[in-house]
Design a protein around this ligand. Structure first.
Ligand SMILES: Cc1cc2nc3c(=O)[nH]c(=O)nc-3n(C[C@H](O)[C@H](O)[C@H](O)COP(=O)(O)OP(=O)(O)OC[C@H]3O[C@@H](n4cnc5c(N)ncnc54)[C@H](O)[C@@H]3O)c2cc1C
Length: 355
């Protein structure tokens, strides 16, 4: 069986981002790489959105950027502007196409559907398949989104609605999210933060229909694309071994309080590329400990006091948008962290800190 210098298990966001980063920096000129990916074909299956707090390799896959956003709870709305750090949305179809067409030009890169087809013994492995066993009682961000096209121009395509909490919450945290790509096209998502144990929450189609028709007041539209997913708001149990580094969700690149992972994955890829010659000896790359600690408390509050969460998210944005965005994107200073913490309801957080 064939042997390779590097093996990437899972050719999704993290696997392909890493392969691309290595390829464009000429790290695969004299090294061989195998990418193991079972999917039969690549097509658009996600939209990756995030605040652009660092540069990345996929500016040409950005469907749209926005500088204006809103967040609302029943009876209150905040309009916010952030010129410096726009919110971007990447089309995964363009991303897959761009990366795969580049990688296929390098004969040192091979593609396989199953790990059993190659010899792993002497390779360095980057694994992006998360181990999610024993995940009962854990929190997930689970959602379904539809990209709709309306007959008339109904959207203001300069502003996104980041979180609309004016909807039924059950005993969870629930919001809708609207990204208007054009005046007549938008991605509308129903998002839940919960244990995924309530069937009523899974009634995504009915929720979306009701929201689009009765809340956004759009009666004439068609659905062009659908995405559905669940992001674990806990770290998978994959462990790094001597010749193996976990990447992507498996590598703990999800920010647990937000579910955002795309830019963390890009930064991890850059780190690996910078250290590839000495990869066996580098320290584990992690989201900074202070965010892990703060997110742990935040999720404890979320689990115990779901009803308070719309207000908590809303209040967080009493800070300047730049401060909040930097905090949610792991780029805040201690002072900015403090500003965020001071806006939180003290007693609930202190109680959750203590146990
Ligand atoms: C629908 C959806 C929308 C998201 N939106 C955002 C967003 O807007 N912003 C953001 O920052 N994050 C978002 N995320 C979170 C995160 O960015 C994505 O989940 C991202 O795809 C994680 O990258 P990954 O490589 O870890 O996982 P994936 O992209 O899922 O890649 C894993 C790959 O492994 C393959 N695979 C599975 N089993 C095996 C196996 N046994 N052997 C080999 N390969 C295998 C899969 O086919 C897949 O291609 C979203 C997640 C989902 C599910």
């Amino acid at each position: 069986m064939k042997e390779f210098d590097y093996i990437i298990i899972g050719g999704g966001c993290a696997g392909l981002s890493l392969a691309y980063e290595l390829e464009i920096h000429n790290k695969l000129k004299d090294k061989t790489l195998a990418i193991i990916e079972p999917r039969l074909e690549y097509k658009k299956d996600k939209s990756w959105s995030f605040w652009k707090t660092t540069d990345h390799n996929f500016e040409d896959c950005v469907k749209k950027s926005w500088k204006n956003f809103s967040i609302n709870i029943p009876d209150k709305i905040k309009h916010l502007v952030c010129d410096k750090l726009p919110y971007q949305s990447i089309d995964s179809g363009l991303f897959y196409e761009k990366i795969n067409s580049r990688l296929r030009q390098n004969q040192n890169i091979s593609f396989y559907k199953d790990i059993s087809e190659i010899n792993l013994n002497n390779s360095f492995i980057f694994n992006s398949v998360p181990s999610l066993e024993s995940s009962e009682n854990k929190l997930w961000q689970h959602f379904k989104g539809v990209e709709i096209e309306t007959t008339k121009n109904v959207f203001d395509d300069e502003i996104i609605n980041l979180m609309d909490f004016d909807c039924k919450q059950l005993d969870s945290v629930h919001f809708f999210y609207t990204l208007p790509y054009e005046k007549n096209k938008a991605l509308v998502e129903t998002t839940w933060l919960s244990g995924m144990n309530n069937d009523l929450e899974m009634d995504y189609d009915e929720q979306l229909k009701n929201y689009i028709e009765n809340h956004l007041n759009i009666k004439h539209y068609k659905i062009n694309y659908t995405e559905k997913g669940a992001i674990p708001l806990f770290y998978p149990s994959n462990i790094n071994e001597k010749n193996k580094i976990n990447i992507g969700t498996a590598g703990g690149m999800t920010r647990l309080s937000t579910g955002y992972a795309f830019l963390n994955i890009q930064e991890h890829s850059r780190f690996i590329r910078e250290n590839i010659e000495n990869i066996k000896n580098v320290q584990k790359y992690e989201i900074r400990k202070k965010y892990k600690f703060l997110d742990k408390i935040f999720l404890r509050v979320l689990k115990r006091h779901p009803k308070e969460m719309p207000n908590i998210f809303f209040k967080m944005f009493n800070n300047s948008p730049e401060t909040v965005i930097k905090f949610l994107s792991n780029k805040s200073s201690m002072f900015e962290d403090l500003l965020i913490i001071l806006k939180m309801p003290k007693w609930i957080f202190i109680k959750s800190l203590l146990k």
